[in-house]
Design a protein around this ligand. Sequence first.
Ligand SMILES: [Fe+2]
Length: 319
Amino acid sequence: MNTHQKFKTYVPGQHVVRGIPFKAHKIDGFTPEMLEQHFEQVYGGAVRRLNEIEKQIARDDRNDALLAEHLTVANLVILHELHFLSLGEEGGEELSDSALTQAIEAVFGSVAAWRVEFSSMATLGEGGWAILAWSDRFGRLMNVRTIDSAQFLSDAVPLLVLDMGEHAFSGDFGLDRMGYVSAFLQSVHWVRVAERFHRSLGGAVVNEKADPNQISISELKDSLDRGDDVLVLDVRHDDDCERYRNRIPGSEWHDSFDVAAWANDLPKDKPVVVYCMYGFWVSQKAAEELRMYGINARSLSGGVTAWRAMGYSSSSDIE
Ligand SMILES: [Fe+2]
């Protein structure tokens, strides 16, 4: 978005249905009657209800129940549109987008394994939605199963949406949920799904570049659990030690104001991890100084605060 972008003036209650994005008689395994009924009655009904709710809110005639319904109905509109967009004519498209394929493989191992998990989640419970979504926060694709349309992972971008409401399949499939899910997955419009995926990646840090001079909490935890020969040093300032008197187990305190006094006593042949309270400049600066003495030192990202937040054990050896 550029700074000159114009935003449309919001007028409540002006939503219009978005047309069915396919010729209904060309979706394999589905009858046009069922798809059209779903589109006109359920999706159309959600759009109409959303307009009413918006107008009511604009009149200042609002209450908790209405605001909750607003969220549900707004999601019903969005999810139905994405459900229809997820379907492609004549067996859909093959998944040929390499980035989306890799993102699926990174989480599920393979596209086939993703399909198995998605199908089993979709058929678990009645109603609701099965959604393949991208989360910026978690930096990965997720299969999200929601029964309540108002409940959805807050930063997730839904990519592939499958309506599990009985109205979406019973006309053609009876109560055969798995038959419905299989037919749907046979007809996915992967080109559109992949387009949404690429748009959703706008702000995501997909491959966060690790700072070689820092070690993550989980990396240190794994290393200590394995019994690796690593020297862990607490370089917190006195007042931080006062506030939180526990240490990461096995660590010793050293004075970060006088690294020169102790740097040469450290072994040069083993990895050293220094931590402070939050992992900012105290430990980073100490590690940097230690490296000048030829010590293989890294600072702990997030510091002892992050260690605590993970619930990892600490020893209380500060007297
Ligand atoms: Fe529906």
